[in-house]
Design a protein around this ligand. Sequence first.
Ligand SMILES: NC(=O)c1ccc[n+]([C@@H]2O[C@H](COP(=O)([O-])OP(=O)(O)OC[C@H]3O[C@@H](n4cnc5c(N)ncnc54)[C@H](O)[C@@H]3O)[C@@H](O)[C@H]2O)c1
Length: 283
Amino acid sequence: MTDRQRFTDRVVLVTGAARGQGRSHALRFAAEGADLILCDLPDGTTVGSVPYDLGSEEELAETARLVREAGRRVVARPADVRDAGQLAELVDAGLSELGRIDVLSANAGIASISTIAEMSDEMWDDMIAVNLSGVFRSMRAVVGPMSEQGYGRIVATSSVVGRQGSPNIGHYVAAKWGVIGLVKSLALEVADRGITVNAVCPTSVDTPMIDNEPFKRLFLPDAEEIRQEDVVEAYRALNPIPVPWLEPGDVSDAVLFLASDQARYITGDALPVALGWNARNAA
Ligand SMILES: NC(=O)c1ccc[n+]([C@@H]2O[C@H](COP(=O)([O-])OP(=O)(O)OC[C@H]3O[C@@H](n4cnc5c(N)ncnc54)[C@H](O)[C@@H]3O)[C@@H](O)[C@H]2O)c1
């Protein structure tokens, strides 16, 4: 429980809420008084080029249970952010049970690894479909209700590589740069309707997205056996503040700030939570 209650009776929609950062954001919003609308991938839906397991309906149900345990109401249902129809059903269910949508955390995302020269069409298309078009579809699904209310906060999850190039993940970088372009454009379109639109740009976060063999091997391609301590040091070396990675709650702090009324005059921007990696950006 927190002593702050910045979101009492606000309704917050989080995509990709089964685990990782999405679950953390949902529970932090609930702890500050919000009701939640949650989604993650329907079981059996694949994203073929992703080399690790994605979230499950069981994990989504567990996030929902934890929200209820915090004393808040929740509408949780499987929805693929690539599917406008599933998103519309989620929004309709959320509006009919909870009455409004005040905040969108467009958090769902995937990662995969390839140089551009060797990248398959499938890997490129999956990435753009989830990490860029999925954010667009999530935003579009809530702009109508937020405009009618004259109030909204949209926080999209980009990345520290949404403002820098990076080898081996060019498709991810392109999608995350695109998210910032979407954020800035939508911010201008809705600025006179009480809606703000921003992004967070995390460096590495300790979630299943990076805690898997293919991602560890990216750092230590020649190692016969990957020891956890070797990966810790490789990650730590990336960050000026010598910490290997963020915890999901570190990103939640930024998401909740941007969704709060403390940030009511901040829109169209991208906030790094990046252990100083962002200090290497040109501006
Ligand atoms: N982990 C990192 O190092 C890191 C760093 C910067 C940004 N990010 C971004 O943070 C966000 C959250 O990732 P995470 O670290 O919690 O990873 P995660 O893999 O633990 O969680 C992502 C969630 O999104 C869900 N998802 C994927 N595709 C979906 C789809 N089409 N529809 C609905 N849900 C879908 C997954 O099932 C999963 O539950 C992502 O946008 C990711 O790109 C992650």
